[in-house]
Design a protein around this ligand. Structure first.
Ligand code: C2E
Ligand code: MG
Ligand code: MG
Ligand code: MG
Length: 294
């Protein structure tokens, strides 16, 4: 890296690597403290019928506020948690909190609708012993029926350690928990794998949604994904829907369900509850999710 013009540049390189390592170590230590202090929260983003805005459920998204750095994006701290094994404790907390939340929602909507919570699960959690028991214990404790929970596994995680993870997911599906492939289209699932994966739902990655309005080729790709899902008997949900144009195109291509800033940003627990307390539990598209977009 730092060869060529000598010592000064090398030293600068060394210093920046050093800083990065120290920062990472500090972040690790802070994350470990956060795990023991339980200083995480969950936000909930509505998953809707795009045509009407009717709420089907919410995706639970973990939030961590570092004492001095402020909110650290989950993409960053989940990666550290996976490296350090902290993901198991964080994942357990997320699962319990999410199941508790859905119990509350179902009380609010009693007799009118049965919203579900969709929980992101990392490959490490599936690999650890007893995941199926953890899920069913959480459900029983909260008095929630298994249809109240969907688990999201990224396509790449599903492909990385198939045997063990697939067996756990299959067992969960047998008790009635639904499973979604998250970020679909970013991994490399073969058709024969897809056909055998123990899943119910396919979530189309945001990278497809965000390019759909600009390119006929992307539209054709999304149409192919929707067709494939139909053939395999899977439900499709589009991620990252930010504009009415995207929503309408997705509808035309046969994708009825979605989530994204057009409908709602991830919400604090209280805000999610008050949406459900409304007479219809609908999120109308916001006027402009993004500046300059229709
Ligand atoms: P994901 O599961 O694909 O979650 C969707 C991400 O897209 C969320 O980011 C959400 O805030 C964001 N998003 C939703 N709608 C829009 C939109 O219209 N436009 C844009 N630009 N973004 C949108 P977030 O909350 O930062 O989470 C990032 C990732 O971190 C998640 O991606 C998931 O992989 C991971 N993650 C979050 N919570 C958990 C958790 O509890 N456990 C695990 N294992 N991973 C989690
Ligand atoms: Mg997800
Ligand atoms: Mg996703
Ligand atoms: Mg995604």
């Amino acid at each position: 890296v730092a060869k060529g013009d000598g010592k000064r540049r090398w030293r600068r390189y060394e210093a920046s690597v050093h800083t990065a390592i120290v920062e990472r170590l500090e972040l690790r230590a802070a994350l470990a403290r956060a795990v023991s202090d339980r200083t995480f929260t969950l936000d909930y983003q509505p998953i809707v019928v795009m045509g009407s805005g009717a709420i089907l459920g919410f995706e639970a998204l973990v939030r961590w506020r570092h004492p001095t750095l402020g909110f650290v994006p989950p993409a960053e701290f989940i990666a550290i948690a996976e490296e350090t094994g902290l993901i198991e404790a964080i994942g357990d907390w997320v699962l319990h909190e999410a199941v508790r939340a859905v119990a509350g929602w179902r009380q609010i909507r009693a007799g009118r609708a049965t919203p579900y919570v969709s929980v992101n699960v990392s490959a490490h959690q599936l690999r650890a012993a007893g995941f199926v028991d953890k899920v069913s214990t959480a459900l029983t404790a909260a008095g929630v029926d298994p249809s109240g929970v969907m688990l999201e596994i990224t396509e790449s995680a599903l492909l990385r350690d198939d045997d063990r993870a697939w067996a756990e997911l299959a067992a969960l599906r047998r008790i009635g928990v639904r499973v979604a492939i998250d970020d679909f289209g970013t991994g490399f699932s073969s058709l024969s794998y897809l056909q055998r994966m123990p899943v119910d739902v396919l979530k189309i990655d945001r990278s497809f949604t965000s390019t759909i309005s600009g390119s006929p080729r992307q539209r054709a790709l999304v149409e192919a994904i929707v067709g494939l899902a139909g053939t395999l008997g899977l439900e499709v949900i589009a991620e990252g829907v930010e504009s009415r144009v995207e929503r309408d195109l997705l509808g035309d291509l046969g994708c009825p369900y979605g989530q994204g800033f057009l409908f709602s940003r991830p919400l604090a627990g209280a805000a999610a509850k008050s949406l459900l307390r409304g007479p219809t539990a609908v999120v109308p598209p916001v006027r402009s999710a993004l500046p300059g977009r229709s």
